[in-house]
Design a protein around this ligand. Sequence first.
Ligand code: CA
Ligand code: CA
Length: 95
Amino acid sequence: MNSNLHAFRSGSVRAVLMGLLLPLLSGAAMAADAPAETSKLKSLEFSAVDSNRDGSIDSKEAAAVPELAKIFKSADKDRDGKLSASEFISAIQSN
Ligand SMILES: [Ca+2]
Ligand SMILES: [Ca+2]
């Protein structure tokens, strides 16, 4: 009973990991097929770029995504050195 439960749990963890990895892999494949890098921007998710989850994207976080780093300054409308969710969204939608 316990070992079955354990197997079930570790299986679930693997399923969850695959669920996280597969979209990343297919997303990378799609990005490779995309003609312009701007389509990569549109597929970015705020929460994925905000790696420390403080609700804003600073220049270090943006540096992980070259396409975003490129537009970071123009996207930072209030010039506080970071992108809020709304700044991020309007930036990727206008690019
Ligand atoms: Ca952040
Ligand atoms: Ca800002």
